[in-house]
Design a protein around this ligand. Structure first.
Ligand code: CA
Length: 509
């Protein structure tokens, strides 16, 4: 490995720690820019004390206290999670409400993509045959049918991008009338309405399940492109069930095959942003670039959703201040309060969020992770808050209240109407969704090199100074338009996708 000059990344002038940027870390004895000498060997992305920190002193990163030193820490020492006591969660009272919403930025005009326009005015980035299901019991039949449709039917329908089986664990064995059952049911309903399915879904049901098709998709919610119920007497054996699904799918495919992409303004994009497998670079490179791109998208009239309640909870005062109105600020508070109570009911709190991988990647606790996560939201005013499983209504920057779990967040963003997904990762995850293109952004170049056929964008050059946040953000914006127009992501090329995972806070039976 070549010996390169030590690279330190400090996020805010108040910060008394900085992150090591060098690949492979830095050895003890290294003289840092500014003259501090490293007392410990520091891994890449981990924090070093820039000054002597007395026990009890606030440790500042992003200009905020991410914890207090629980012993004296000398300048040049490695500041890791065992040396920090985490601050208490910010109370949900006395918050600044809509006090600092940024003035509307100049509109960004002239950007467009090639999309599939639906009857309700929404626009798909893909033309997909979706088969929704009422209950997990049908999942095995669905899997086999989807594979046969892909193999035997799709080659004859070149204008159809794929077939998606909407499999899930809900539908029976659940307290379906419990108040919180509203969340998984509306999530499934709204996923069926995702713009990438063209305003029409096929239904595969069993017959005896609690979640009957009329309850899942009431009249007026979405066009049903055929319905196969496995317990119907007409089905004699497994082969007959598959034949019925194939015949129904063929008719649906004939309708989808007529559709063509047309030029639509960038404002038709509904982009969900999230992170997973984060490291200390997430909040330095990839997430700030996403935040810059978020601002571009909002200026272009598009909608962007950021999410992950436990990862923004510690920045609630920043969010309520940025709300476009006191009513939106109050909705943010309501969602945080609901989630605090949900976690408390399960005997947990927000500190349950960080993973061993986060800590190995240099993130000491949820406060530090949150400050690096929230920058994905850029600087635009927050115009809407979407409850779990609900649909986006206000065009612009929205907070979609979801757990931080990658799969549950992605599932809920799909329900909200997402037609494009941006996902940042530092530790690395092969995450993908069948229903929507996912662009994965590496937080550092070593991951981008090692996972060269999994990561779509490398934000690493921001750390070593060879690219700016603005440059990577603009490149991301143009790439998003290309992918929205049909360019396939790595996850799509490999057909990598994770399961839909419902958020079900209600009891099972
Ligand atoms: Ca996540």
């Amino acid at each position: 490995m070549s010996v390169s000059a030590p690279v330190l990344i400090r996020m805010h002038e108040r910060d008394n720690v900085a992150v090591v940027g060098n690949l492979g870390g830095l050895p003890a004895g290294t003289v840092l820019p500014g003259g501090v000498v490293l007392r410990d060997k520091l891994p890449q992305a981990h924090k070093v004390a820039l000054v002597d920190l007395a026990a009890g002193a606030e440790v500042l990163r992003y200009g905020v206290a991410i914890g207090r030193a629980n012993r004296d820490i000398a300048a040049g020492s490695w500041v890791h999670e065992r040396l920090l006591d985490m601050p208490a969660a910010r109370p949900l009272t006395g918050l600044p409400m809509a006090s600092a919403a940024a003035p509307a930025a100049a509109p960004l005009e002239g950007h467009s993509f090639e999309g599939f326009v639906n009857a309700d005015g929404s626009v798909g980035t893909r033309n997909l045959l979706a088969i929704t299901t009422t209950v997990q019991c049908v999942a095995g039949v669905l899997d086999i049918a989807v594979e046969r449709i892909r193999r035997e039917l799709l080659p004859r329908y070149p204008h159809v991008d794929g077939v998606v089986g909407l499999e899930h664990s809900y539908g029976c064995g659940v307290a379906i009338d419990a108040p919180d059952a509203l969340i998984p049911i509306r999530t499934l309903r709204h996923i069926s309405q995702n713009p990438n399915f063209g305003g029409e879904v096929m239904v595969l049901s069993l017959g005896c399940e609690k979640l009957q098709p009329e309850r899942l998709l009431p009249p007026g919610s979405i066009a049903i492109g055929g319905h196969v119920r496995l317990q119907d007497e007409q089905h004699v054996g497994f082969g007959s069930m598959i034949d019925a699904v194939m015949a129904t799918a063929e008719q649906h495919l004939q309708r989808l095959e007529q559709r063509r992409r047309q030029t639509v303004p960038a404002s038709a994009l509904v982009v969900g942003v999230q992170c997973g497998g984060s490291d200390a670079f997430s909040g330095v490179t990839a997430n700030p670039a996403v935040g810059f791109c978020t601002d571009l998208l909002v200026r272009a009239g598009a909608s962007v959703m950021f999410s992950e309640t436990t990862e923004v909870r510690d920045a609630i005062d920043q969010l309520t201040a940025r709300a476009a109105s006191p009513a939106v600020a109050q909705r943010l508070v309501d969602e945080m309060a609901w989630y605090d109570a949900y976690l408390a009911r399960g005997g947990a709190d927000r500190s349950a969020n960080t993973t061993p991988g986060n800590k190995a990647g240099g993130l000491s606790n949820i406060v530090e992770k949150a400050m690096g996560s929230i920058v994905k939201s850029g600087s635009a005013p927050i115009v809407g808050v979407i409850a779990p499983g609900d649909r986006l209504v206000a065009r612009g920057l929205n907070y979609a209240a979801t757990p931080a779990s990658d799969f549950i967040c992605g599932t809920l963003q799909l329900a909200a109407g997402m037609n494009l997904h941006v996902f940042t990762t530092g530790r690395g995850t092969p995450y993908g969704l069948a229903a929507c293109p996912v662009l994965k952004v590496a937080t550092h170049s070593e991951l981008a090199r090692r996972w060269h056929d999994l990561m779509d964008i490398d934000a690493g050059p921001i750390a070593d100074g060879t690219a700016t946040i603005e440059e990577v953000g603009w490149a991301m914006f143009h790439r998003l338009l290309a992918v929205a127009s049909g360019q396939r992501t790595w996850a799509e090329q490999h057909r990598l996708h994770n399961a839909l995972v419902l958020f079900n806070p209600a009891p099972v039976t």
